[in-house]
Design a protein. Sequence first.
Length: 161
Amino acid sequence: MERELIEQYASGGDKLSLAIRGLTREDLLSLPDPGAGVGKWSIQQILIHLADAEQVYADRMKWVIAEENPPLPGFDQEKWAAALHYHDQSGEEAVKLIELTRKQMATVLRALPDKVFDRVGQQSERGPVKLSDLLGYVTNHLDHHVKFIHAKRARMGKEMW
């Protein structure tokens, strides 16, 4: 199961890059209508949020791989979005960061023996979390947001297919 999940994780950067292909900076910064049912963040905010989350999850996975029962601090995504100037950053560079992070981490994950995926860290909000759980969370997190990006594109009349 973990081996399939690693490959799904590894392909996430490409999936995200495809999801924003052809969008302008104006498109990325466009806030959705609050009643549209596609979330409150712009695509730009989603991209920067995903890049931040990727770094957090990559660090968490590294801690669990290398340390014995490490603490894994949580973060408040709303505070990060408000404090870290998401609109001033580059969505395209955020996608590249995600692609590179996943490429590097996939190399590490592929080299691990299966038993390492049962190693645990102590997440501040969830308690004990296995490496396999972290990998599943971060993989599903990106997929969840890519669905919203496609929904936002459709609301703009910029569907890909």
